[in-house]
Design a protein around this ligand. Structure first.
Ligand code: NAP
Length: 228
């Protein structure tokens, strides 16, 4: 792996991430929040409804290592479902699913028994028994992400949070100015079609980013952006 910016030269994922210490930079009311996405050159965040075919082994390594730099990982319900079932669902169905607290309860996240899962939801439905320790935090109507992040920081001691998507959740977080870092892998591929991009939804204004680093391996680019 090569570092193109800053200070060009050879590097590795491990070496690059070693000095990256997001837990030292929590905000007053919330953790430091980073988002991580992989996209094709034409900006698609899925191929065949899932993100797996986009990135290389190096991208998987980056994701796995990034997780170790954060206290917690946040995933949107749409990502949880699509990555399990490999398809997207229309809005009306999504609303009904929300009322039912519809998640793939047979996914390893819930059945493997390791770690702790915290679900923020506006649903009043009860989850099934899970092998993994599960806590539910209920919000009225919709999940207020400012409140959810405050809860993570103040009630759970989370200093740094990695959001692995999807594009809908990313749009809401960026729309609220709640993302500090964006890790973006650009795979040397064109996907075409109407697939989602890494951010879906309206932003109140254009967000200005600065490029904190740029890495390359086999034509794949690994960028880290910071909100200006
Ligand atoms: N390329 C990549 O790096 C990458 C990364 C992640 C995901 N993806 C892809 O992105 C797709 C999924 O993205 P997505 O945008 O559809 O879904 P998403 O952002 O993962 O999740 C959106 C869902 O989360 C719940 N949600 C979010 N904000 C909420 C709020 N404020 N209150 C209540 N519920 C809230 C809702 O669930 P309910 O529908 O249950 O109400 C909503 O439909 C998948 O195809 C996945 O493969 C790609």
């Amino acid at each position: 792996m090569q570092r193109l910016l800053p200070d060009p030269g050879p590097t590795t994922v491990e070496r690059q991430l070693a000095p990256y210490r997001p837990w030292e930079e929590p905000r007053d009311e919330r953790p430091l929040v980073a988002a991580n996405f992989a996209a094709t050159v034409d900006g698609r965040a899925t191929i065949g409804g899932v993100s797996g075919p986009i990135g290389s082994v190096a991208d998987t390594t980056m994701l796995a290592r990034l997780r170790t730099r954060f206290d917690a990982v946040m995933i949107g319900a749409g990502t949880m479902r699509a990555e399990r079932y490999g398809r997207l669902v229309p809005n009306q169905e999504q609303r009904e699913r929300r009322e039912r607290l519809d998640l793939p309860w047979d996914a390893p996240l819930f059945t493997a028994g390791g770690g702790r899962v915290l679900i923020f939801t506006a649903s009043e439905a009860e989850p099934p028994e899970t092998a993994t320790s599960l806590r539910i935090v209920r919000h009225e109507g919709f999940v207020n992400l400012v409140e959810a992040l405050r809860h993570l920081r103040q009630e759970r001691g989370i200093r740094a949070l990695l959001c692995e998507g999807g594009p809908g959740l990313h749009g809401e977080l960026e729309g609220g100015g709640l993302v500090d870092d964006l890790f973006l892998t650009i795979a040397p591929k064109l996907a075409g079609g109407g697939a989602l991009r890494i951010l879906e939804g309206e932003l109140p204004s254009v967000a200005d980013l600065e490029l904190a680093w740029l890495l390359e391996e086999d034509g794949e680019l690994f960028a880290r952006y910071r909100r200006r």
